[in-house]
Design a protein around this ligand. Structure first.
Ligand code: FAD
Length: 386
């Protein structure tokens, strides 16, 4: 039997790796450690629950106990690792020191509000990047006992998905962002406009092109003031302004990191021997994608490496399916700025092809009926890490 493996994090990356190892027949002892409940859930489903009226508990596929049983692993829940002592190969957990032989960091990313949320607004202003966050937001909305009025700050993937989901669930939604069109990192402007117009049609109040200047607690509601002097009130505020990789443990342990994440090579090896990283916290060969497909590819490659077949990870051309059913969107954003976007189609059904200077396809974006073209286009688009 090979040396025990310690995995920090039970998100899709940590559990995905453990599952891949067991699928390969590896019998090595595995300890999974997480600061949360350790419940196994699909994070992408968090932004689909209001339309389907699914409670947070229904999103739990397996409890930590069931995970431990399935994977024949030790799962330590509600256990925050405070530091990694690479000199003695120990994890510091409060007063406890726990030895490790090989260590995998699957510690993910955390929400990045661009401003401090006043303490008095806790319970009214939320970020959602895990099931516990979602439980808190869901409980606050349900406690209103009526459709809520929710202000969403941010028009990226998470903000757009919640806007569509909350509206479909019968809530009033206001979307606020400095950009002029939603999904600016995934869609060229004409396609972003299609999504924005659809949001307007389904009754979402779009307040784009403005910045939030003040967020105040008014006891019965939150008050928001913008840089154009306008203000509005909301029952709840959802701040969806992006994520930042969790770097504290790696940084303090002396691993190479940057704002992009914990640096690894294509074998998911960090700069410290015996420590690997994958998922939202890892910057693999210069790229941190923060999506499911790359972490699944990483889990597969790392499982092969850890069972004796050194395997570099590669990411295919994976289109992102944005869960905005009011206006279906698929995007494969180009890694480099395209020389031009070629836009075809009419109405809500648009295809945007990102081309380099030689006219080669380097990415694409699709809305409406054109999302059907995703497979055909993904076949000819380059992978992001090949
Ligand atoms: C609402 C939403 C919708 C999404 N939809 C899609 C989608 O449709 N398609 C797609 O490809 N991607 C989607 N994503 C992104 C995708 O879900 C993430 O890329 C993925 O879930 C990240 O998994 P992870 O395991 O790397 O990180 P996490 O899920 O963040 O897991 C991190 C783990 O590390 C633990 N941890 C961290 N620090 C410590 C510590 N010090 N001690 C102990 N434990 C620690 C945490 O407790 C947790 O268990 C979505 C994300 C969100 C928020």
């Amino acid at each position: 039997m090979s040396a025990p493996l310690t995995i920090l994090g039970t998100g899709m990356a940590g559990l995905g790796l453990a599952r891949q190892l067991r699928a390969k027949g590896s019998q090595r002892p595995i300890t999974l450690i997480t600061s949360d409940s350790g419940d196994d859930y699909s994070k992408p489903l968090l932004s689909t629950g209001f339309a389907k009226k699914i409670s947070p508990e229904k999103l739990v596929a397996r409890s930590a106990l069931q995970v431990a049983d399935e994977l024949q692993a030790v799962v330590r829940t509600h256990t925050r690792v405070d530091a990694i002592d690479t000199r003695t190969a120990e994890l510091v957990i409060g007063a406890e020191r726990l030895g490790y032989e090989e260590l995998v960091l699957a510690t993910g990313a955390s929400s990045r509000p661009p401003f401090d949320i006043p303490e008095s607004l806790h319970g009214r202003a939320f970020t959602i990047n895990d099931l516990d966050d979602y439980r808190g937001f869901h409980a606050a909305l349900m406690a209103l006992n009526r459709p809520g009025r929710v202000a969403i700050i941010g028009a990226g993937l998470v903000g757009c998905e919640y806007a569509n989901d909350l509206r479909a669930g019968g809530h009033e939604v206001i979307m606020i962002a400095p950009e002029d069109t939603p999904l600016i990192r995934l869609l060229p402007e004409p396609l972003g406009r299609v999504l924005g117009n659809t949001f307007l049609e389904i009754g979402i109040d779009m307040k784009l092109g403005r910045m939030l200047e003040r967020l105040r607690d008014e006891k019965t509601h939150a008050a928001l003031t913008f840089d154009d002097g306008q203000s509005l009130e909301a029952d709840l505020v959802l701040i969806a302004t992006g994520l930042t990789p969790r770097l504290e443990l790696a940084c303090q342990a002396g691993l190479e990191v940057s704002a992009q994440g914990i640096h690894t090579d294509r074998y998911l090896r960090t700069t410290t021997p015996g420590i690997y990283a994958l998922g939202d916290g890892a910057c693999v060969a210069g790229l941190n994608a923060m999506y499911v497909q790359p972490l699944q590819a990483s889990a597969k490659a790392l499982a092969a490496t850890l069972t004796g077949t050194l395997s570099p990870v590669s990411y295919g051309a994976w289109p992102i399916l944005v869960k905005t059913p009011a206006c279906p969107v698929v995007a494969l954003p180009p890694r480099n700025t395209p020389a031009r976007w070629r836009i075809e189609g009419e109405g809500n059904d648009l295809t945007a092809l990102a081309e380099d200077v030689e006219g080669q396809l380097i990415g694409f974006a699709l809305t409406g009926q054109c999302v059907r073209r995703k497979v055909e286009l993904a076949r000819v688009a380059p992978g992001l890490l090949v």
